[in-house]
Design a protein around this ligand. Structure first.
Ligand code: HSE
Length: 348
């Protein structure tokens, strides 16, 4: 079965996905029966190219690697160039739009408009940007339902580590009363290194070098990145209607070496914890704050850039998932996992 994709954005994640699809093409078809074909790529800076029968991924990746625009894609019969993102979404003959463009975290645009256009033209949508889901999850889900399309966004929390899929699908028969997570790799890396004696600025610089930190690292260290993730988890897993403004948020910039040493002495460890809890009256509270956890706590042992999440459930007690939270292939894989689900589920 062929599943045709439109890629909106051809930066790190778009290219990571393209590399995985290229490398795993035969293997994926053999195990899943699905052949993913990229029919269009549209990128604000790099230009756009479309062919209804599919594009040559190796050639696209080569253009990106050598800093060339997509307009330099070899002309063949049927190739269309120059469409902007919305024209590509609407006009391309495709099954799913993969939205991995650069998005304004304050407004969620242009990703929100892209996803709505995908549904309006009968296409499923996969996102990895947190902004649109943190800002407009219920609205986008309603638009998907009304159009009979699917919306998936595994990569918005813990990249390809299946936190959302675990909570929504594998734990579907349980009631989740509480979620605690280390949802930001940069801050966890900084805290781990400060405990080992490295100073804050050097640890942050290294997290930036590793490509983990956001373009503006304030988003990491002041807890804004984790805040978007707790809003997504609360709204998606707990049926809440919380917005970014309702999150109690505190970053790690107020912690110094003395605080870290005091925790160590007490057999505890500081972690920046995203916390979602259903209260007795049914309301859902959300916060991001540094917490001192006893060393035996499952989240206390998670070090470096690694992320982790603990679901507290009625039938299983605590279930903890540990894994990467960012990266080219890690987030590319998140998209692939959503695509495999969509290709199998099809329209509901
Ligand atoms: N800046 C984020 C982090 C990347 O450090 O975890 C993933 O959202």
């Amino acid at each position: 079965m062929k599943h045709r994709l439109v890629l909106i954005g051809f930066g790190t994640v778009g290219q990571g996905l393209a590399e995985i699809l290229l490398k795993r093409e035969l293997e994926l078809e053999a195990v899943s029966g699905v052949r993913f074909v990229v029919v269009a790529v549209s990128d604000l800076l790099k230009g756009s190219v479309y062919h209804p029968d599919g594009l040559d991924l190796a050639e696209l990746l080569d253009l990106a690697r050598t800093g060339q625009r997509l307009d330099a894609y070899a002309d063949r019969s049927g190739v269309v160039k120059g469409w902007d993102s919305l024209s590509t979404i609407v006009a391309a003959q495709a099954d799913t739009v993969v939205e991995v463009s650069w998005t304004d975290v304050q407004t969620g645009q242009p990703a929100i408009a892209h996803v709505k256009a995908a549904f309006a033209s009968g296409k499923h949508a996969v996102l990895t940007n947190k902004g649109p889901i943190a800002l407009a999850y219920h609205e986008l889900q309603q638009a998907a339902d009304a159009a009979g399309c699917l919306l998936r966004f595994e990569g918005t929390v813990m990249s390809g580590t299946p936190a959302i899929r675990l909570g929504r699908q594998a734990l579907a028969g349980c009631q989740i009363s509480e979620i605690k997570g280390i949802l930001n790799g940069t801050t966890n890396y900084i805290l781990t290194n400060m405990e080992a004696g490295v100073d804050y600025a050097a640890a942050l610089a290294e997290a930036q070098r590793l490509g983990y930190a956001e373009a503006d690292p304030t988003a990491d260290v002041e807890g804004f990145d984790a805040m978007a993730k707790v809003v997504i988890l609360a709204n998606v897993m707990m049926g809440a209607h919380v917005s970014l403004g309702t999150v109690v948020r505190q970053g790690i910039t107020g912690l110094n070496r003395a605080d870290i040493a005091a925790a160590t002495e007490a057999g505890e460890r500081w972690k920046l914890i995203g916390h979602i809890k259903r209260q007795a009256d049914g309301a859902v509270s959300v916060s991001v704050q540094p917490m001192r956890l006893p060393i035996q706590h499952p989240l206390a042992g998670v070090s470096g850039v690694t992320n982790a999440i603990t679901f507290t459930t009625d039938l299983l007690g605590d279930v903890t998932l540990v894994g990467p939270g960012a990266g080219r292939y890690e987030t590319g894989f998140a998209v692939l996992s959503d695509l495999l689900e969509i290709a199998h589920v099809g329209k509901p």
